[in-house]
Design a binder for this molecule. Structure first.
Ligand code: NCD
Length: 316
């Protein structure tokens, strides 16, 4: 039962619960009109203490398309955080107004603190370089829709594996499926952090390799997950400038890949995928953004405990 729960990191939901969400998202995608009023009269609060385009707009579009409404802020500067209010107090206040919260914060663990005092379901929409579970729902939904499965896949994760929270969440989520193999492609300075290598990969005996060269592994991949070097998490500009263009996926590299490999990217992209790749049918990143909205619609419905049958009953 997902009603009333929080989503702070991918492990919070079992594979069966995730499946429930994906099934509902597919149904919504199929007949969106049927779901256009299931959240009439309900409010989502988007508390974004850190910039975002996709995630915030995707949450807002999701709630509006369910008939609900949205309140919130898109930068800490326009909230009472500037007056010194604690996260706990902000969340307790917002709990009095809204039915569900989506929160993004630059500090790792901030949504977890918020959830301890929230009277309503709280969704982590990204906390620092830690986790980003709704991007993972988006990624998983895209994989399921195109590959039809999560097991027996070789997944290449490329770019900033150190600070990329979407990578951390995706690794954690995929690690529970059978025979998933990871190829981790990054510069030495941006390898995955110990909390992922030890606590997720080594501890669960997951097969993984760490490599520096993308070309050499292209032909083995079923999925290539490209990421942006996370400029905002660097301590100095020089390091960022040196590392930012380490990997650039282009047509030549795509020519080395399997015909049914798919390219994912949480977006925004900077230089890591050349625009010429966009027209390749294996480039899924814009479709992925669309899946993200539907999967967030399904997530909101599940956490609020509304379903289409209830709505039909209410309407008659
Ligand atoms: C990601 C994020 O915020 O972590 N963006 C997103 O939510 N789609 C990836 C990124 O910013 O690089």
């Amino acid at each position: 039962m997902l009603k009333g729960r929080n989503l702070l990191e991918p492990g919070d939901f079992s594979p069966a619960e995730l499946e429930e969400i994906f099934i509902l998202a597919e149904k919504i995608m199929d007949k969106p009109a049927k779901y256009a009023h299931v959240c009439d009269g309900m409010l989502l609060s988007t508390l974004f203490f850190e910039p975002s385009t996709r995630t915030r707009l995707s949450f807002e579009a999701a709630m509006l398309r369910l008939g609900g409404q949205v309140i919130g802020f898109s930068e800490a500067g326009s909230s009472s955080a500037t007056k010194g209010e604690s996260i706990a107090d902000t969340i307790q206040t917002v709990s009095c107004y809204a039915d569900i919260i989506a929160m993004r914060h630059p500090k790792e663990g901030a949504p977890k603190v918020g959830a301890t005092v929230s009277g309503i379901p709280l969704i982590n929409a990204g906390d620092g370089g830690h986790q980003h579970p709704t991007q993972t729902l988006t990624d998983l939904m895209t994989i399921l829709h195109t590959k039809g499965k999560f097991d027996n896949l070789t997944v290449g994760l490329c770019g900033d594996l150190k600070f990329g929270r979407t990578v951390h969440s995706l690794l954690k989520a995929l690690a529970v499926y059978e025979n998933v193999k990871f190829i981790l492609i990054s510069p030495e300075e941006l390898v995955i952090p110990t909390f992922i290598r030890k606590e997720i990969l080594t501890k669960n005996n997951i097969e993984f390799e760490e490599v520096r060269n993308l070309e050499e592994v292209m032909h083995r991949l079923d999925i290539l997950y490209m990421t942006r070097v996370q400029k905002e998490r660097f301590f100095n500009e020089e390091d960022y400038v040196r590392l930012k263009d380490t990997y650039i996926l282009n047509e030549d590299k795509m020519a080395l890949a399997k015909d049914d490999m798919i390219v994912l990217h949480p977006l925004p992209r900077v230089n890591e995928i050349a625009p010429e790749v966009d027209k390749d049918p294996r480039a899924m990143y814009f479709k992925q953004a669309r899946f993200g909205m539907y999967v967030r619609m399904a997530l909101i419905m599940k956490l609020l405990g509304v379903d289409v049958n209830e709505e039909t009953r209410r309407a008659v």
